[in-house]
Design a protein around this ligand. Structure first.
Ligand code: DGL
Length: 266
């Protein structure tokens, strides 16, 4: 039965908006509820149980908002929690993972760089992904320390953010990669900085569009796509005082938004 219930999307912060933008353009009439767990970021530096707990309580909150599907718009939280959430809840749960497979098909040199958080790169899920697809290619990983905090605190286009990105990219670029994977949803916001640093001839893979398509397929398979003809609405929630997140969201999405303080979930 078609449903006008919203789609829930969450991340540790504003990173998941890079996914929300693809969802919005593919599914313009769906209502969306977005949760930024800013009080608990960076997920990438926390242990698995902590992220699993946050993912459970946020999913529970989204379900209390009547969502019909949940998108874990965070590679780190997907690695820690997607299996558990799918076993616990019956609604479609869409996760994400670094685009290693498309990067390997695209790379001519067979040298691929993966930019992701420490949590993602150290997860069983990521190790299994490499085992499955990386045969014959060289995968160089870069745990991008401080990128998420810099994007959240200073902004995606700030000079300090550029310095952090540039410093950590150098060693991986010197290894001769020709393809870079954005394995964290915050990084599409610094894609231009990465491209400037990497120079011509380096491809950059973002899995946001594929996640939006997967969501569309899942909704269609469960007969959950809205039949509404008017543009959908967005609601935003944040676990930290919402002022700064509101400003960041408005700058990224270029529309005024209201961000509400997430109730205590523990
Ligand atoms: N945006 C998250 C991801 O895709 C990571 C953010 C964090 O470390 O808090 O992995």
């Amino acid at each position: 039965m078609p449903s006008d219930a919203a789609i829930g999307i969450f991340d540790s912060g504003i990173g998941g908006l890079s996914v929300l933008e693809h969802v919005r353009s593919l599914l313009p009439n769906e209502n969306l509820v977005y949760v930024s767990d800013r009080a608990h970021l960076p997920y990438g530096e926390k242990d698995k149980d902590y992220i699993l707990h946050r993912s459970r309580v946020i999913t529970q909150f989204l379900i209390s908002q009547n969502v019909k599907a949940v998108v874990i718009a965070c590679n780190t939280a997907t690695a820690a929690a997607v299996k558990d959430l799918r076993e616990t809840y019956r609604l479609p749960i869409i996760g994400m993972e670094p685009g290693v497979k498309p990067a390997i098909s695209l790379s001519k040199s067979g040298m691929v760089g993966v930019l992701a958080t420490h949590g993602t790169l150290n997860s069983h899920k990521f190790k299994a992904l490499l085992q499955q697809h990386a045969d014959g290619s060289e995968i160089i990983i870069c745990p991008c320390h401080g990128w998420v905090e810099a994007i959240e605190r200073n902004g995606h286009d700030h000079q300090t953010t550029r310095q952090i990105v540039s410093q950590q990219l150098q060693p991986i670029l010197e290894r001769g990669v020709d393809t870079l994977v954005l394995g964290c949803t915050h990084y599409p916001f610094v894609k231009q900085m990465i491209a400037d640093e990497a120079g011509a001839g380096i491809s950059i893979i973002d899995t946001g569009p594929a996640v939006a398509k997967q969501l569309q397929r899942q909704l269609s398979a469960h007969d959950l796509l809205t039949e509404e003809a008017k543009p959908g609405r967005e609601a935003f929630w944040c676990s930290a005082p919402p002022e700064q997140t509101q400003k960041r969201i408005e700058r990224l999405l270029k529309v005024p938004v209201q961000v509400q303080l997430l109730p205590e979930l523990d």
